[in-house]
Write a protein that binds this ligand. Structure first.
Ligand code: GLA
Ligand code: ZN
Length: 641
């Protein structure tokens, strides 16, 4: 991380260019205001062309040139791209898919994450880098690997099977405990020997869900162990230099980033716009809020985003004029202390040549270049934002384990997914100008007037206690359907649904009533809902809205349970858009959140005291605290009330 100001720059790949281009790169970086570049993440074969033979001289020259120009370096370890010789030498280190196919080379991250040969070779190249550059004056940050688990989240080879068994022994202790936790009485799956246990390989039918959950936990831990190994090597060479890795919060379901966040010195995220979505800026805001939340509300870094189109979506939509600044500044508004792009100069060859860059194929006489240099100049004037903390209004519970569990096979409806409900609630909060912190289900909640639980299918007893304490202490809680259903082993705790939460919510659910594709139900206030309904019975809660038609006519649809000094709301069906916004107004009133800025819903307003950032996503100018924000523009103001 930089010592002062906001970081601005991108991934720099000098290895793809002749040396005479480097001087031009650096001159242009200075022109654009670049002060930090990421380097080296895919250079293993270029730094160690044969096992044990090293060619660092070219990288020495790159680092020295950058240093002379005052540009700081985020130096990557190349372990995401093992060299071709590695795969040839170690055929047993190949990545194996669920069906047992060994995957090929020619891309990146095609290795078994539990391979001991990979562990040794990647630790060795990290050691070489640490030894050579650990005290280089340009070094500002270490960047371990690139997007752990990006394309090799799970491997099903025999090495992984053995590692899985070791992990299970450490977790469960003995086979009796494992058999109980996994419910192996079902379908006669009882294990009599550790060696009988396999990863959840492709099977003719659904594999034990508790086994699958443990495999997902084990895999997240596997990648984390790989991070730690390299981190600890580097730490020895440069104790004061922070070490990170780039998360991919929007697109990676498979790492439990709550655990990971505790292991990095600064949280860094890559975010790529869901370019075809109308509400892509809302999805961006959600990911930025989640990243900040992983950082405990503190400083974080946007390690990668794009200046315009990417190359890997079905249709790669170019950003519209001004969108680059709105995107970058939205990350800054939500706590980023730096914004970097993938990548500095567009590649001429390889799989990513159609990906936008800071310096596009068409060079400097371009709109992208102008927008990049404008952004660099603007960020240079915003150094005061660095280290300031975002003021959040509401908490939304987010849990990777609950996400995994909810989306295993054989659930009551394939239309119920984790992200869908989180995004639906988040979008309404965004439009209401309420800033969201995401929280782990067992985290302290007392400072939030409102906590939303969009879908927490897997709810541990500790979580239930935490939510209970929050409500009785005076909090307002809103829980969406299909929460509190199973424990950490995907086991129903017993009694009516929603087991873990039924006392707190003051309802029982006799039966899930998923709706047919396209089927809609009407609620007593005229709202239309779809996807899901339930046979809800009040057990202390009052009915706020009921079903008018559908499979539970006259039954409660939305309830409120006064408990202690607070209240717990339950929404048993899928509401969206204006209907959900209307319901939430009642919940906001209950939580004391009625006084909010009178602004069009399309104006994003985030406070980083003593600053406030206003981003106008609409097509008309808007007045914010006495200043005019033009359509499409971004304003940073002092936060004077
Ligand atoms: C990821 C990777 C980069 C690059 C970009 C392209 O974020 O980290 O190396 O492939 O995607 O969008
Ligand atoms: Zn493996």
């Amino acid at each position: 991380m930089l010592e002062t100001g906001l970081a601005f720059g991108g991934d720099y790949t000098p290895e793809q260019w002749p040396e005479e281009v480097w001087a031009q790169d650096i001159a242009l970086m200075r022109q654009a205001g670049v002060n930090l570049v990421s380097l080296g993440m895919f250079n293993w074969a270029l730094l160690e062309p044969q096992p044990g033979r090293y060619t660092f001289e070219w990288l020495d020259r790159v680092l020295d040139l950058l240093h002379a120009a005052g540009i700081r370096v985020d130096l990557g370890t190349p372990s995401a791209a093992p060299p071709p010789w590695f795969a040839r030498l170690h055929p047993g280190a190949r990545l194996v898919d669920r069906a047992g196919h060994a995957l090929g080379q020619g891309g990146r991250q095609s290795f078994c994450p539990n391979s001991p040969e990979y562990a040794a070779a990647s630790a060795n190249i990290a050691d070489q880098l640490g030894r050579r550059y650990g005290d280089h004056p340009a070094l500002s940050l270490w960047h371990v690997h690139n997007e752990f688990a990006g394309v090799n989240p799970h491997c099903y080879c025999d090495t992984c099977a053995q590692a899985f068994r070791r992990w299970l022994r450490a977790k469960h202790g003995d086979l009796a405990a494992l058999n109980a936790a996994w419910g192996t009485a079902f379908w006669g799956q009882r294990y009599g020997d550790w060696a009988e246990i396999e990863p959840p390989r492709l099977a003719p039918t659904a594999v034990n869900p508790a086994q699958q959950l443990d495999y997902l936990r084990f895999s997240s831990d596997t990648h984390l162990a790989n991070f730690r190994r390299e981190r600890d090597v580097l730490r020895g060479y440069s104790p004061g230099v922070p070490i990170t890795t780039n998360f991919m919060i929007a697109n990676c379901k498979w790492l439990d980033y709550w655990k990971w966040a505790a292991e990095v010195d600064i949280v860094a995220n890559d975010h790529y716009l869901a370019s075809e979505r109308e509400d892509r800026h809302v999805e961006l805001a959600m990911c930025a809020d989640l990243t900040r939340s992983l950082a405990g509300g503190g400083s974080w870094l946007l390690m990668e985003h794009s200046t315009s189109a990417v190359n890997w979506q079905p249709r790669n939509i170019a950003k519209r004029p001004g969108e680059l600044a709105r995107n970058s500044m939205a990350h800054v508004a939500r706590g980023a202390d730096g914004v970097l792009f993938f990548q500095w100069r567009a590649s001429r060859f390889g799989a990513e040549k159609f990906h936008s860059a800071m310096l596009p194929q068409a060079g400097t006489g371009t709109r992208i270049w102008r927008e990049v240099t404008d952004l660099g100049a603007r960020l240079a004037g915003l150094g005061g934002l660095r280290g300031t903390r975002v003021a959040a209004d509401v908490a939304v519970v987010w849990d990777w384990e609950a996400w995994w569990a909810l989306e295993l096979e054989w659930r009551p409806s394939q239309d119920v997914t984790f992200r869908e409900r989180v995004e639906a609630y988040y979008a309404r909060l965004w439009e209401a100008h309420l800033t969201v912190d995401f929280v782990h289900p067992e985290a302290g909640l007392g400072r939030y007037p409102l906590v939303v639980v969009p879908s927490l299918y897997l709810t541990t007893p500790a979580t239930a206690k935490n939510l209970e304490a929050y409500v009785t202490g005076g909090g307002t809680l809103l829980v969406s359907y299909f929460s509190g259903i199973v424990d950490a082993n995907d086991t129903v705790p017993g009694g009516p649904y929603p087991g873990a939460l039924r006392d707190l919510l003051g309802v029982t659910v006799e039966e899930f009533l998923p709706l047919r594709a396209g089927e809609r139900v009407t609620l007593s206030d005229g709202s239309a809902a779809d996807v899901w309904a339930e046979d809800v019975h009040p057990a202390g809660a009052e009915t706020v809205l009921s079903y008018v038609d559908g499979p539970a006519p006259a039954g409660p649809a939305v309830t409120r349970n006064a408990r202690g000094r607070g209240a717990a709301w339950y929404v048993s069906t899928r509401l969206g858009g204006a209907d959900l916004a209307r319901l939430l107004e009642r919940v906001y009133a209950d939580a004391g959140l009625s006084a909010r800025p009178a602004l069009p819903a399309t104006v994003e307003l985030v406070r980083r005291p003593p600053y406030v950032v206003a981003i106008n996503h609409g097509t008309a100018p808007a007045e914010v605290r006495g200043a005019t924000v033009a359509a499409g523009a971004v304003l940073v103001l002092r936060d004077e009330p």
